[in-house]
Design a protein around this ligand. Sequence first.
Ligand SMILES: *Cc1c(COP(=O)(O)O)cnc(C)c1O
Length: 397
Amino acid sequence: MNSKKEILGLAIFGGEKTFSTVKSTSNLVQPNREKFYDYIENSYQKHQFTNNGPCVQLLENRLATIYDVEECVTFCNGLWAIVLALKVLALEGKTEIIMPSLTYRRMGDIAAWLNLTPRFCDVSKSTLAITRKEIEKCITDETAIILAPHPIVHLCNCEDIANFALEANIPVLFDSVEAAYATVNKQSIGGFGNAECFSMHASKFINGFEGGFLTTNDNNLATTLRNIRDFNSNSIDSINAFGMNAKLNEIHAAMTLANIDDIPDQIIRNKLLYRTYQNGLKQSGFNLVCYSEEETRTYKNILVQITAEWPFTREETISLMHMENMLVRPYYSPPLHQKSTTYKTIFENLSLTEQLSKEYLLLPSGDHVSIQDVEKICEFIHFIKNNSEQIVVGIRK
Ligand SMILES: *Cc1c(COP(=O)(O)O)cnc(C)c1O
């Protein structure tokens, strides 16, 4: 590992990279191997690899307990969990789905899979979250459903949004991928609105290689989704005979179970990295977006707001850091309404979203990043800030 002493040592000017391997923003958490093998042994013994096997059943029970809900339904990934849940929940005959524009890059496509038109709403400046007020502005006679994702670091006010949806008689699905394991008023999320969806992609908090799940207290919804994810082959009700293959298999469930055992330790490790960033980024020109200290949080992501003191544009910052193998990422940028799509979208003035989409950056974090790595990253940030005048001359010519 190389730390910078002079400007010509920067990788952008041909110097050695700070890191020889990439430091990304993906979690890539690896559980204890033996635990993983122990779980999968169970499926092996039973000669069952998929179709609601022992690991999937155990996993659904454990997740229902963790999230304090009646039902957990697993899927092959988070995206299909969301698509299928929306398919079942959306009001029939209505055409619009409300979602923020500042969110996960495939959210608009999810709507398009369902022939729903996304109506993009704005977010709160302080939390980057969808709010009741912004949702209310987007309600029309055509509203079929609200898709409310929790942003990164902060949570949306899911209590408020769920209450509003109930009053308005419109279903709401929470995308809780980035809020995994979080609490609201010391109570676990998982039971808000009609349902909540989560991902077990390797980059997310609970790594199952791939996978997704839904939590709900609606038993009918859970039963319907269990049928749909398995071809709906057992359904005798012909109205209900819509189906696909979106099941989770045993090996992914085993990996997820092993990672669930590791959650308390993972949070401790994540928090140490977060604290190191918190110290290292003081007076850096980057404002760390801070987690609530009163509630349970996973500290998985490191999000910073670029302040007026920071001497580079965000794009210059990304180039400088990518050259060093620090794979920083802009936060949900571009926002969805500014992407060209093959399907129709609806939105009004989203100038706040547009402004916010330029201000934030995710810094490297996860299981492959060490405390020493974070110290190097913070040192690098201070180094380029302190030498910005000369660096700017070099990169803007
Ligand atoms: C990753 C992600 C998804 C999709 O999950 P996959 O398991 O990768 O399909 C959905 N929503 C958000 C907010 C995500 O970050």
